[in-house]
Design a binder for this molecule. Sequence first.
Ligand SMILES: C[S@@+](CC[C@H](N)C(=O)[O-])C[C@H]1O[C@@H](n2cnc3c(N)ncnc32)[C@H](O)[C@@H]1O
Length: 295
Amino acid sequence: MADPLRPILDAYLAGGVPPNIALMRLCMEAASRDAVRAAIAEAGASGVSQGAADRLAALASLLEQHPSAFATIRAVMREAEHDRPAGSPDDAVAHWAAVFDRLAREQPEAGVALYALGSPDLLDAATGEIVVALRGWGLIEADRRVLEIGCGIGRFVRALAPEVSQVTGIDISAEMVAAARARCAGLANVRLEVGSGRDLAPCGEGAVDLVLAADVFPYLVQAGGDLAGRHVAEARRVLRPGGTLAILNYSYRGDLEADRREVRARAGETGFSIEEPRPAFRYWDGSVFLLRKGV
Ligand SMILES: C[S@@+](CC[C@H](N)C(=O)[O-])C[C@H]1O[C@@H](n2cnc3c(N)ncnc32)[C@H](O)[C@@H]1O
């Protein structure tokens, strides 16, 4: 049987895949933490260049720095079952609400971003670089009002609150919202709500400048029944003219071209123009779609 770890290491050595992402993928595929360690050692044993040896050493060191990463990733995978066949969209929303309730209690950091390997420090670094990118795209200013769909534990809400006038986070998981409220305690310009998962009802027409959707569209796409399309239309409703819907990762199906076609089609149907920046992040390798509402 082909070794499933080798292609992950080859892609990492080819460049462009951050070490924490490569380690996450290795942990998802390997039988044990020892198997991850052995695969990294074996890849370095076959006369590789100095650059490749250095990259492998960085990966091995990351594995040692995060001794519980393997167990954490496997625990989240057992809980999350991303490939679960969809029933009705309502079933899917109820399923994900229950899953994320459990993750909020048991693995809050890894539950919202597996690539942080369960480390609060890595999660902060990954959040910080995305906030820098949002600022670079002109989406964050002192007078901006932000809505985050699927805010999880509130890492973006807390990071954005000091930089904008108001941040609303909604999520279908009551436990995630509770975790976000704890994380954002004392921030006067933050509102956190449990949403239905079917629309953006807590938000009025033209009420915000930015709708942020980080790693939540994959659950809307998976739910089917055009839940994703309804959220794009809802984002358009709640955005002021000139506002932006920022989709960070559209699906987890591993077909970026299909994602591009679908997001472009949805943008066209809804009257958004679209930009697809390709930032080189240090800790994250997802795709970015910026849907701009005309003025
Ligand atoms: C992978 S987590 C990402 C959380 C957060 N955006 C972040 O990046 O830290 C996905 C979140 O989306 C929420 N979610 C899933 N389906 C949703 C829906 N239909 N409406 C709102 N939130 C949803 C989950 O409860 C979970 O908190």
